[in-house]
Design a protein around this ligand. Structure first.
Ligand code: GLA
Length: 380
């Protein structure tokens, strides 16, 4: 698959499984969030880039729903009216139900998925899947969805049907990503601005995988909701944690339970880091941008407690090895660390980090190079 890319592999898989050419196809990217972690469900800003790795979905109209993936043998048959099964195909049924809910009648579909986005690595393989599936299936229903409709269908599929109460960052960048650009998204208003982001990032995989549904992510959301209720008693009219001014943090620190105060401090300081980061990128201040990534990681480690030992080790090694910035990206508790380094030394920096990691953990972490890629597109 890797040799020819997911598009070619997707068509080949469709032929192999369903014995004909597909009628429609679409692809969407994973993402790397540069700055703004756990701010998207707290009314704050985020700054992701679309990955240059994509998920490709091909489909044809059919009487029922039959899905196949390059990652497992066989075909799974699903019904639209059944509940989630804890299987990847839930994301597809979630998409179908949301499409129908907005009047986009999907007849039934035979559908294949091939993805170059690693799952559970904090690179949003789930939004790559829901967005590409929604774009493919809407074609079967002969509907052109607006970017807002696509984002909404994909987000509702995940948050309402699959049951992960995520924010809207991943779906938005999977739809709106542009090559060479980062997306500055204000989640409180939906305002989107593109910010030039040339060059590449290196991604180092901690090797740990997270399970979002049952896990700590939901726990953090509940903590943030509780923290907001308490802060609203102190700051009348407050609607989200991201609105809290930095100067209110000492008072919040005195009045809230310690853990909740730390969660608030992360969201508030992360919000300022995103805004400063956008400014630093616009002015070409790469060193400053890198420092904000290091500060963001420290905040995830100490205040949001969503890091893990392996990611902390990679970030510490990155600093020692001459990286300008490094940070765990995505939901956390494992997955991928972004490394920023000057183009000419990036390869050597990554090798030093890998060697240091191998000395401590007995294995070499996988590394990739990635650039800001494009968002959803139709595939033939
Ligand atoms: C996951 C969610 C996003 C966001 C990040 C953390 O990727 O899907 O909505 O909350 O975690 O920043």
């Amino acid at each position: 698959m890797a040799k020819q890319g997911p598009r070619h592999a997707g068509r080949a898989l469709f032929h192999e499984v369903f014995g004909s050419a597909p009628e429609v196809g679409a692809s969407a990217p994973g993402r790397v969030n540069l700055l703004g972690e756990h701010t998207d469900y707290n009314g704050g800003p985020v700054l992701p880039i679309a990955l240059d790795r994509r998920t490709v979905v091909y489909a044809r109209a059919a009487p029922g729903f039959r899905f196949a993936s390059a990652l497992e043998p066989g075909v799974i048959e699903r019904r639209m009216d059944e509940g989630p099964l804890g299987h990847w195909s839930d994301y597809l049924i979630g998409v179908v139900r949301q499409l129908v809910a907005i009047g986009c009648e999907v007849p039934g579909a035979d559908l294949t998925v091939v993805s170059a986005v690693p799952a559970g690595a904090g690179l949003s393989s789930s939004a790559a899947l829901t967005v590409s599936a929604a774009a493919a299936l809407a074609q079967l229903a002969r509907r052109r969805l607006t970017p807002e409709e696509l984002i909404d269908v994909a987000w509702r599929a995940e948050s309402e049907y699959v049951g992960v109460r995520c924010g809207r960052m991943d779906q938005t960048i999977a739809v709106c990503g542009r090559p060479g650009m980062a997306l500055a998204l204000e989640t409180a208003t939906g305002q989107r601005r593109m910010v030039p982001f040339a060059g590449s990032v290196r991604l180092l995989d901690s090797g740990l995988r997270h399970a979002l549904v049952a896990g700590e992510y939901e726990h953090r959301r509940i903590e943030c909701e509780e923290a907001l209720r308490r802060c609203q008693r102190l700051i009348p009219g407050l609607t989200s944690l991201a609105e809290i001014p930095v100067k209110a943090l000492p008072r919040i620190g005195r009045l809230l339970p310690r853990t909740l105060a730390r969660r608030v401090r992360h969201v508030v300081t992360e919000t300022t880091r995103v805004r400063e980061g956008v400014d630093a990128l616009r002015r070409g201040r790469r060193t400053r941008f890198g420092e904000l990534l290091y500060a963001g990681h420290a905040s995830l480690r100490r205040d949001f407690e969503s890091s893990c030992e392996e990611a902390d080790a990679i970030v510490a090694l990155a600093r020692k090895s001459g990286a300008t910035g490094a940070r765990l990206t995505g939901a956390g508790w494992g997955g991928v660390v972004i490394i920023l380094a000057p183009e000419r030394s990036a390869g050597a920096v990554v090798e030093r980090i890998q060697a240091g990691f191998a000395r401590r953990f007995g294995r070499i972490p996988q590394a990739w190079e990635s650039r800001a890629g494009g968002g959803v597109r139709i595939e033939r």
